[in-house]
Write a protein that binds this ligand. Structure first.
Ligand code: ADP
Length: 456
């Protein structure tokens, strides 16, 4: 987390954030490659000691190990730091620069000291190759900071150039000699090195930019999601209270407690009552969704008879099925199938499945409802012989506000919330909801819950 005062310009904050990310990337790579660097140094020292001088090789080893220990402390502090101030950033950078200068000089001096022991005509294969390898390693891994890479490459490249220049100087060789050829070859290779470093730096900067873009996008999405939730929550709460009183008033009028209702008024009152219930259900669904999104889907759990619950829900549902002109066949036993869960919420799931089955039956065939044992689960099936669902629509069917047919000419009423809520409820119970369907022939929805007789 970045510590900032509210009047700090946003741009400056962004720069510090990016700089901090680069420092952490640098330290992370530094720590990851520690073992690799130690192995490389050990091999180089072994070769140099065996073929030239153990004393110089040993001294070099001691210096680079000291540099590594220093870097190790710096990198670990960087990785541990959670709250960053500008001063922490400058301090970390100073340590990084210091470590870079020390270790680069150590490597360069090591190579030069061995080159000096060789014959100028030899081409200094080993020291020059070591320096080139060190430069490639730096280009590959130190591209987070132009200055750090610049310091390293300047020191290595100076050493690489110094070796043939020194040879030319002490031998006063003519331009046609091998020594000059070595010098030109070195310049040729250096051009590749610079290109390599440029390409790694470019790649890293691009990656940084797309990372920032992604983060911005993520922040915007999060803000939009919060605003949507806030909006839905406010609307739902504001609607709930007036709806409750409208429902109450309509029920009172309908009951005749306020006097006999004229025949002509019965129809409109019935419609108003039905629509108020629909609206109230929608508000309840929205509130439940808010709770589930906030991870607060509370369940009042108890062991209950799923068979009985399904039978009761179906009986209550029968008038609606009749008005939708579909029959119901119930193959459910009481006192057989016990599950643990929140009864009210399971009723909501069952009612939703029944209402979908009736609605999408499109006045065709019967709805078949059964409860059976399946493995360690109790399985509720609701089958209809209606319009069916096309293949590959699973996501649409279960997503929030998802409807397979969402065109303006859509024939069936609904919000696309029922199955999304059902899925959340069933999954909160550790259960599973899915369907099988053939377009034009019908669908079967399955709900599986743990069998408490098997898993009390
Ligand atoms: P809705 O309020 O639209 O019914 P649901 O979340 O309950 O919302 O269902 C989502 C969509 O899944 C429906 O709009 C419909 O396209 C499809 N669907 C659900 N149940 C059935 C079914 N039994 N037969 C055909 N399509 C169904």
């Amino acid at each position: 987390m970045l510590n900032s005062t509210s009047d700090e310009p946003a741009q400056e904050l962004e720069i510090i954030k990016q700089q901090r990310r680069r420092v952490r990337d640098y330290a992370k790579v530094g720590l990851q490659l520690l073992a690799q660097r130690i192995v490389i140094y050990t091999v180089a020292v072994g070769l140099a000691g065996f073929y030239y001088d153990w004393l110089i090789a040993g001294a070099f080893y001691a210096i680079v190990v000291a540099c590594e220990v220093y870097d190790l402390f710096v990198f670990r502090r960087i990785m541990k730091l959670r709250v960053w101030r500008s001063a922490d950033l400058s301090r970390a950078m100073s340590h990084i620069y210091l470590g870079t200068v020390f270790s680069s000089f150590a490597v360069a001096l090591f190579a030069i000291s061995f080159a000096l022991q060789q014959d100028p005509e030899s081409g200094h294969f080993m020291p020059v190759f070591m320096l080139i390898s060190a430069s490639i390693f730096a280009a590959m891994n130190n591209h987070q900071f132009l200055l750090v890479l610049g310091i390293r490459l300047t020191i290595y490249v100076s050493a690489i150039l110094l070796i043939p220049i020194y040879d030319i100087w002490i031998t006063s060789a003519p331009i046609t000699s091998e020594v000059w050829l070595h010098f030109f070859t070195v310049i040729f290779v250096l051009a590749f090195l610079v290109e390599l470093a440029r390409s790694f730096m470019g790649g890293y900067s691009e990656a940084q930019k797309s990372r920032s873009r992604l983060e911005e996008e993520h922040e915007r999405t999060k803000a939009a999601f919060l605003a949507k939730n806030q909006f839905l929550s406010t609307i739902s709460h504001e609607l709930r209270t007036p709806l409750t009183s409208i429902k109450g008033a309509l029920a009172l009028v309908d009951s005749g407690a306020l006097g006999e209702l004229p025949e002509k008024a019965r129809g409109p009152i019935k419609i108003a009552d039905r629509n108020t219930h629909r609206l109230a259900n929608l508000v309840d669904d929205l509130l439940l969704l808010q709770k589930a999104d906030g991870g607060k889907l509370e369940l009042t759990e108890e062991v209950f008879d799923l068979g009985e619950l399904v039978i009761d829900a179906t009986e209550l549902f029968r008038p609606y099925a009749e008005s939708a002109k579909v029959g119901i066949e119930l193959k459910v036993k009481r006192d057989e199938f016990w599950v643990r869960g929140d009864q009210k919420k399971i009723v909501q799931v069952v009612t939703n499945l029944l209402s979908n089955a009736a609605k999408f039956s499109n006045g065709r065939g019967e709805i078949l409802i059964s409860v059976q044992r399946k493995g360690g689960h109790i399985c509720l099936r609701v089958t209809d012989h209606g319009i069916g669902i096309p293949e590959g629509a699973d996501r649409k069917v279960f997503e929030e506000f998802g409807q397979v047919d969402s065109t303006d000419t859509r024939k069936f009423q609904g919000t696309g919330l029922g199955l999304n809520i059902s899925k959340r409820i069933i999954e909160a119970h550790g259960g599973h909801i899915y369907y099988e369907s053939v377009l034009g022939k019908g669908s079967t929805f399955y709900v599986e819950m743990l069998d408490t007789a098997r898993y009390p």
